[in-house]
Design a protein around this ligand. Structure first.
Ligand code: ZN
Length: 127
């Protein structure tokens, strides 16, 4: 594999997606969707090998870094949503209409006027 990209995190994701597509294709083998999934699995397999044996290591690494950044962003968003879900009984969450910042206020205070800490705009909401 000297001079080749080899296996990276993005390739592992592609291989995982390939296996899922193949399993679904074999389950739905007599349907049109099964044929589409089979073709998709073949495309993913070709793409995986193309990335693995590619000599353009710089481009493959930048693709992999972009994938890792997007994955991190997604996981971070998921953590925020999970934390909001845990606090949903004690707090109400508002999104600022002008700057989209998220604010947390205690529940059960009735109609309140919310002042955004970030941009200073005010709006009313029921807590
Ligand atoms: Zn704001």
């Amino acid at each position: 594999m000297a001079g080749r990209n080899g296996n990276d995190q993005l390739n592992r994701l592609l291989m995982f997606a390939d296996v899922i597509a193949l399993l679904l294709a074999s389950l739905l083998s007599r349907t049109a969707l099964g044929s589409v999934l089979y073709v998709l699995a073949l495309i993913l397999l070709v793409l995986t090998y193309y990335r693995m044996f590619s000599r353009d290591v710089y481009r493959r690494r930048s693709e992999n870094e972009r994938y890792l950044r997007e994955k991190q962003k997604f996981l971070s968003r998921l953590r925020v949503l999970r934390e909001r879900w845990r606090q949903r009984k004690d707090y109400r969450f508002f999104t600022c209409p002008s700057c989209k910042a998220v604010m947390r206020v205690p529940r059960g205070k009735g109609r309140i006027r919310v002042v955004c800490q970030k941009c200073g705009s005010t709006f009313t909401g029921k807590s």
